[in-house]
Design a protein around this ligand. Structure first.
Ligand code: SF4
Length: 174
């Protein structure tokens, strides 16, 4: 990214996930207020912001939580990517498939669905749960379960200043 963004439009999108990474954002407290004064939060359903154009809203920076697990999610991520200048994946679900990708190790998906759901025939899923980067171009990835909000803020600060974020290599537990 070459230029400083002037009050960029930011969207937060959820795919298959537990919402924990989005909650980390909501729990930023005062830092969230500071962030909201620097960017326009165009879409963040968990925090009550809904863009009129939905996922077709033109966005400068999209933050994406969760893995791709259903045919509908596959369509959604393509739409979001088409309308987002930059796309950052947040958390283990989005960057590596997360816990739900354990099903990729076993062909017993249909057996598990019948054991868990009363009407498995109503559920549409893909055979595998996969990271976002398997389907669309991702500009930056933030790992962790959940993400480290300090790392997220540092990455956002860099992007707002027009420079590439520093890639953190330390594990979250450090
Ligand atoms: Fe939840 Fe962890 Fe997935 Fe974040 S990475 S959405 S905290 S399961």
């Amino acid at each position: 990214m070459k230029q400083t963004m002037d009050r960029p439009r930011v969207a937060v999108h959820k795919f298959s996930s537990c919402d924990g990474c989005q909650l980390s954002l909501v729990n930023l407290g005062e830092d969230l207020l500071t962030l909201a004064s620097r960017v326009e939060i165009a879409h963040f359903a968990e925090a009550g912001y809904l863009a009129e154009e939905g996922e077709e809203a033109e966005i400068d920076l999209a933050l994406v939580e969760g893995s791709i697990s259903t045919p509908h999610e596959l369509e959604r991520i393509q739409t979001i990517r088409e309308h987002s200048q930059l796309l950052i994946t947040i958390g283990a679900c989005a960057t590596s498939g997360g816990l739900q990708a354990l099903r990729n190790l076993d062909d017993a998906r249909d057996e598990w669905m019948s054991a868990i759901y009363a009407r498995p025939d109503l559920i549409e899923t893909l055979k595998h749960a996969t990271p976002i980067s398997e389907h669309v171009k991702v500009d930056f990835e933030l790992h962790g379960c959940p993400i480290n909000t300090g790392q997220l803020l540092a990455a956002l600060k860099s992007l707002l200043a027009g420079v590439a974020p520093r890639i953190e290599h330390e594990p979250v537990c450090l």
